[in-house]
Design a binder for this molecule. Structure first.
Ligand code: PLP
Length: 267
């Protein structure tokens, strides 16, 4: 058997039947980046490419059982956290991470769909700030999520600092939901703004861009990249998945995480 390095990424995420966001996006992204995804289902959503119809969150004990089954069997190189849906699930994930302090963790603080429909209880951001940020290597909020996670912040820079003070190592605030001409992403670490990344703003509305980005960062960390390089590579990969996105339904575009494998021009 050939010896190839396929790092395993444990993913906490909800299911999206369109295949655009959620665990389906995570598995595709990680597979595309040469990782193996170990998916822990936290919730099931019913949605199309326009809107969310309903969702049900898993019992916290079943989330714990899924994660512990994997962690006790397979060496995990990174953890990616997406939709958690309930504060009981946030607490359960935090208690698992207490036992694995050396595994890098990427937290996509999923609070709502891209169209703004809530994907969990109202107190979710408070629980994430109190229980999860201290376990987090890199948190990846968009501007709206950054303001919710750090309500005392009166600017994006202040929000970045506040998330670092709450215990995460790096905060990548994405600019997709901002109203700037180009999309500007900001990476904070230590006690300051480390880097900005500017991308051409693409015209469509996308379903699963945040999931793709956070999984791509986790995949790059699992391949042992330094966090700032992992973020830069993941932003570049995600932009390409959006550039090659397909309108498979009648609403938002679905990123093509396998764009490089198609028989077309894939710059
Ligand atoms: N996770 C699940 C299960 C979802 O349904 C959604 C959005 O619909 C998200 C995460 C966040 O998606 P996005 O990456 O578009 O912000």
């Amino acid at each position: 058997m050939a010896a190839i390095n396929i790092p395993v990424v444990l993913v906490f995420s909800g299911s999206d039947p369109t295949g655009g966001a959620g665990i389906e996006a995570d598995i595709e992204t990680l597979t595309s980046l040469g990782c193996h995804a170990a998916p822990v289902i936290t919730a099931v959503t019913a949605q199309d490419t326009f809107s969310l119809k309903e969702f049900a969150v898993m019992d916290a004990s079943l989330v714990v059982a899924q994660a512990r089954a994997v962690l006790e069997d397979i060496p995990v190189a990174a953890v990616k956290i997406g939709m958690l849906g309930a504060t009981s699930v946030v607490a359960a994930v935090a208690s698992i991470l207490d036992d694995y302090p050396s595994i890098p963790v990427v937290l996509d603080p999923v609070l709502a769909t891209n169209a703004g429909q809530p994907l969990g209880e109202a107190a979710l951001e408070d629980a994430m700030r109190a229980l999860l940020l201290r376990h987090t290597t890199m948190v990846t909020p968009n501007c709206d999520e950054a303001r919710l996670l750090s309500p005392e912040g009166d600017s994006l820079d202040a929000c970045g600092q506040a998330m670092l003070s709450a215990g995460c190592e790096y905060a990548l605030i994405t600019g997709t939901h901002d109203h700037t001409r180009d999309v500007v992403h900001r990476l904070y670490g230590g006690t300051r703004l480390l880097e900005t990344y500017t991308f051409e703003r693409l015209p469509g509305h996308y379903h699963g861009s945040g999931c793709t980005l956070a999984s791509a960062i986790a995949g790059n960390l699992a391949h042992d990249l330094e966090p700032a390089n992992a973020a830069a590579n993941a932003l570049d990969f995600t932009w390409k998945t959006l550039k090659h996105a397909h309108r498979l339904g009648m609403g938002q575009y679905i990123p093509d995480r396998m764009f490089w494998a198609r028989d077309t021009d894939n710059d």
